[in-house]
Design a protein. Structure first.
Length: 169
């Protein structure tokens, strides 16, 4: 009973924040306190889903990464994404993680649509998993903070499709 009361108090506290202005803080709380395992698993599944797109899977096949070190790629991706989620994309650690991702991906010809798809997966999968499997469904504010934070990541990453919206994210 106490656990349910504490969860409702935390939910009330979290809903008092703005999804746009406090997205980074709220995302840290949700992914590390509320649903750490769910967050981790959904991100792994998002990485897995990137393989379903022919243009992305062609690049992955050409590099041989998934044949040789699939778990390493998933771990590296999680480490880098957690760096800019935990420390914000504008922080020193977050911007270093973004620069590292830019360097890794600059070696390949990747369309902006593919970047957008992967970014959408990273925004959508935790929300989808939280709604289907989580103890409680992610509310409108939770979905908003996930989307806002991924938009910030896209802006920092150099996403051309969101370049006009970067000042609003």
């Amino acid at each position: 009973m106490l656990c349910l009361w504490l969860r409702s108090q935390r939910q009330r506290f979290l809903s008092s924040f703005s999804p746009q202005e406090d997205a980074d803080y709220l995302l840290r709380i949700v992914t590390n306190v509320e649903f750490p395992y769910l967050s981790h698993t959904s991100m792994e599944f998002a990485i897995f889903r990137t393989c379903a797109i022919p243009s992305i899977s062609k690049i992955l096949d050409k590099t041989g990464v998934f044949r040789v070190a699939a778990a390493k790629r998933a771990d590296d991706t999680e480490i880098l994404t957690r760096e800019f989620w935990l420390h914000h994309v504008d922080s020193d650690r977050g911007s270093r993680a973004i620069r590292r991702l830019n360097f890794i991906h600059s070696q390949y010809v990747i369309s902006n649509d593919d970047y957008l798809y992967v970014l959408a997966l990273f925004a959508r999968e935790p929300v989808r998993w939280g709604s289907r499997i989580g103890v409680q469904k992610m509310d409108k504010c939770g979905r908003g903070r996930s989307i806002c934070e991924m938009a910030r990541c896209g802006c920092a990453y150099g996403d051309q499709a969101h370049s006009g919206e970067c000042t609003r994210a």
